[in-house]
Ligand binder design. Structure first.
Ligand code: GLU
Length: 289
């Protein structure tokens, strides 16, 4: 088995810490975001580094101006500060397209016409709540010329089946995921002609010099996917620090967009930023760490 080689800075290196906050403005921020983003802020402070802010607004159907403004306001209210300017992914489409072209020229991706239903029927069931079905590979040999003019398709990244992807997480330690088993060929460019989260996030983190990504544990598999993209594009990956997910007392993951847990609602009910931080970092929260 081959391994993904990473350039991890040693503890005594002189690298200036550069982190980022990357909310998707598809809803109001909730307690889970408060935990991840506050951790990102704390880590930037501890390392005497900088923190960037990126608005991940590529999903034009779901992103709304009201959520963009609310996210910045809620995070400031919580006491989080970042270095301007705020970057918006919707303004960077030509840049992502250049990287799409690079992947095409390296034959690292292929056009795929499978519908979600076709995939769901044939795919191997995911292992857990955070996984998606493994793409069964029907279009792996497909060429662009073979696709009828009016047919919708996505671009998929061909993962090296059986390869172990290793990385050392800042909190969880050594992580290993097997391509083709833990995750399959993933979408790089969507049928509505916008880049996928995986491509945009890699291009942006690399080009803005981010050297530590703090994100929720639900994105561990995405980190493994993204390491393959860094390699395919010849870009240097950052370090990663995955935060624990917030769970209720029964151990269930808190619903992502539950309004009752939005920072907006809590603010309107009179909770202070300190109350919110106590809630998310309290040792009584089974997932705190
Ligand atoms: N916009 C993504 C989210 O809110 C960011 C994930 C990441 O940190 O890469 O889930």
């Amino acid at each position: 088995m081959k391994s993904c080689s990473l350039s991890l800075p040693t503890p005594d290196n002189k690298l200036i810490y550069r982190g980022r906050l990357a909310p998707s403005p598809t809803g109001f921020l909730h307690l889970g975001h408060a935990k991840t983003f506050y951790t990102a802020y704390q880590r930037a402070l501890e390392h005497n580094g900088t923190l960037l802010y990126r608005n991940e607004d590529l999903d034009f159907q779901r992103c709304k101006e009201v959520f963009i403004q609310a996210a910045e306001e809620d995070l400031h209210w919580l006491g989080i500060h970042w270095q301007p300017p705020v970057l918006s992914q919707s303004k960077r489409l030509p840049l992502y397209r250049q990287y799409l072209e690079q992947l095409k020229s390296k034959a690292a991706i292929y056009p795929c016409t499978c519908s979600r239903k076709e995939i769901a029927l044939a795919a191997i069931a995911p292992h857990d709540e955070n996984s998606e079905p493994i793409y069964p590979g029907f279009c792996r040999k497909r060429k662009l010329e073979s696709i009828p003019h009016n047919q919708r398709f996505v671009w998929r990244f061909r993962v090296p089946d059986g390869e172990a992807i290793h990385f050392t997480d800042g909190r969880l330690g050594k992580q290993t995921y097997i391509a083709g088993k833990d995750f399959g060929d993933f979408i790089i460019w969507r049928h509505d002609d916008i880049p996928s989260y995986q491509l945009a996030v890699v291009v942006d983190d690399a080009l803005t010099g981010v050297n530590e990504v703090v994100r929720g544990e639900d994105l561990l598999l995405s980190t493994a996917r993204q390491l393959l993209l860094y390699r395919a594009l010849g870009l240097t990956p950052p370090n990663f620090y995955h935060t624990p997910l917030l769970r209720d007392s029964a151990g269930h993951r808190l619903a992502k967009r539950s309004d009752s847990l939005s920072l907006r609602t809590l603010r309107s009910q009179g909770f202070s930023p300190e109350d919110v931080l106590k809630m998310v970092f309290s040792p009584n929260n089974p997932s705190s760490g």
